[in-house]
Design a protein around this ligand. Structure first.
Ligand code: SF4
Length: 245
């Protein structure tokens, strides 16, 4: 399934059953812990382990991805697939790109449903930790998809930038519907309401730039989480991958 993924896929490509790893540090970050500064207590770690086991049994990672040709642009703008996207400094950040890839990923709705049940049962610490597990899993999945695309791009002789999402880095969240028109969430069961909220909530939408001259030299996080051992283009040593071994 992943071997068939093309970074220039003109139709929505769906990936399912990905062996996703959930990062403990990411979960604790959602709990407000600062890495290497805050040390969680044994009680917190016990709740974390319980929530992690529960979360692993509930997540159903799915990704949908589609690429469209870039037809125009400026320092803060990309025109592609009949849509106009206003993203601050994107010309400088991504350099020359020929296409953009729009993606949506979700870990499904089962985690949120269980969080609600736990809240109703007044099991607050586990409910809040499970919610963080779901958020961290969605982040890991977006990273996983970004790494998969980078790996596929190398095979195709194309560079793939790091992802950017509506609502971050100055990109107005109101443009979320434009991203959904480029890549529909329907094939993986993700919908968007008028306030630009996605359902299920543990979903992330993102955009990457694609092209032989795309700028990737200043992105390091991606490589730190990538599992491709013999990559000649690696920009930083692997630390902890987002794929289960
Ligand atoms: S190691 Fe870095 S450059 Fe190589 S495929 Fe992974 S993310 Fe891309």
């Amino acid at each position: 399934m992943t071997a068939a993924l093309s970074v220039l896929s003109p139709t929505p490509a769906v990936l399912e059953g990905l062996p996703l790893a959930i990062d403990r540090d990411e979960v604790l970050r959602f709990q407000g812990y600062k890495k290497d500064v805050d040390v969680p207590s044994p009680q917190v770690l016990a709740i974390f382990e319980e929530a992690l086991a529960l979360g692993r049994s509930l997540i159903a990672p799915r990704v949908v991805y589609r690429a469209v040709t870039v037809t125009g642009g400026a320092a803060d703008r990309i025109d592609a697939g009949g849509e106009r996207l206003h993203i601050p400094q994107i010309g400088r950040l991504w350099g020359r790109i020929d296409a953009v890839g729009a993606g949506i990923c979700t870990v499904g709705e089962a985690i949120e449903a269980r969080v609600r049940v736990l809240f109703d049962a007044r099991e607050f610490p586990l409910a809040v930790m499970l919610d963080s597990v779901g958020s961290a899993a969605a982040e890991s999945l977006a990273e996983y998809a970004n790494d998969l695309l980078c790996q596929a791009g190398i095979v195709e002789g194309l560079k793939v930038t790091n992802r950017i999402s509506p609502g971050y880095a100055g990109w107005d969240v109101a443009e979320q519907d434009r991203l959904f028109r480029l890549c529909p969430g329907r094939p993986i069961g993700v919908s968007l309401n008028e306030a630009c909220f996605m359902t299920p909530g543990k979903s992330i939408s993102w955009l990457v730039g694609v092209g032989p001259d795309a700028r990737v030299d200043h992105y390091f996080t991606q490589c730190r989480r990538c599992w491709m051992k013999a990559c000649a283009y690696r920009r930083a040593p692997a630390e902890r991958t987002v794929r289960r071994n």
